[in-house]
Design a protein around this ligand. Structure first.
Ligand code: FE
Length: 205
């Protein structure tokens, strides 16, 4: 079995936002799919380690901002490389809100959808949220960013801070594990992906 086959599936990238009390939070996901038209429903799988996951489970609503190819790396870093448990990801943002009161990324998205959770399916590491789209707006005609486009044109590698000759880098977020071998059950502390998503790096300066 070659798991690279799954990398051939084309994905979009989205900012999933939710709110707890007055705290706005969001994360980057590639797992948004429209699953029915009548009623209009989407499915989104979210890692249980994400703070956004816990907020949605409680609040039962979220927004999806469809990110464009013009989205800078800093936005992916802000929403994807840190946790809302420690920082306010919206601190430097002029927040725009949809009718449901939740934030959306007006400056980096070409559209957004507001969604109300109807069902939560437990997938082990992730929850699959099935939600009805209660509102949807198109913001501009900029092309949506695919995961592939992001990897080839937007993503920057973070500087490597290690004294070892061999280390392992997370292909998803760039986190570097200082040492070798990488434990097979290792979970990336930043993006929560497993050891399978790490690549060996050697002889770097
Ligand atoms: Fe990672």
């Amino acid at each position: 079995m070659n798991l690279d086959a799954l990398m051939k599936i084309e994905y979009g990238l989205f900012c999933l936002t939710a709110k707890k009390n007055n705290f706005d939070n969001g994360c980057i996901v590639n797992t948004v799919t429209q699953v029915t038209l009548t009623p209009c429903q989407v499915a989104v799988a979210v890692n249980k380690c994400n703070y956004t996951h816990d907020i949605i489970k409680e609040s039962k609503d979220f927004n999806i901002s469809v990110l464009t190819q013009k989205t800078p790396f800093s936005v992916f870093k802000n929403f994807g490389y840190q946790s809302g448990r420690n920082v306010n990801k919206f601190e430097d943002f002029q927040i725009k809100r949809s009718a449901n009161g939740l934030a959306y990324l007006a400056d980096y998205a070409n559209s957004y959808m507001s969604c109300a959770v109807k069902e939560i399916i437990d997938l082990g590491t992730h929850s699959l949220f099935i939600a009805e789209v209660t509102d949807a707006q198109v913001l501009n005609d900029n092309p949506s960013v695919s995961y592939d486009y992001y990897l080839n044109n937007i993503k920057e590698n973070l500087p490597i801070e290690t004294n070892s000759k061999v280390a392992w880098r997370c292909k998803i977020c760039g986190y570097v594990y200082d040492g070798d071998p990488l434990p097979s059950d290792f979970i990336c502390p930043i993006c929560k992906h497993g050891a399978i998503d790490f690549e060996k790096i050697e002889n770097f300066e």
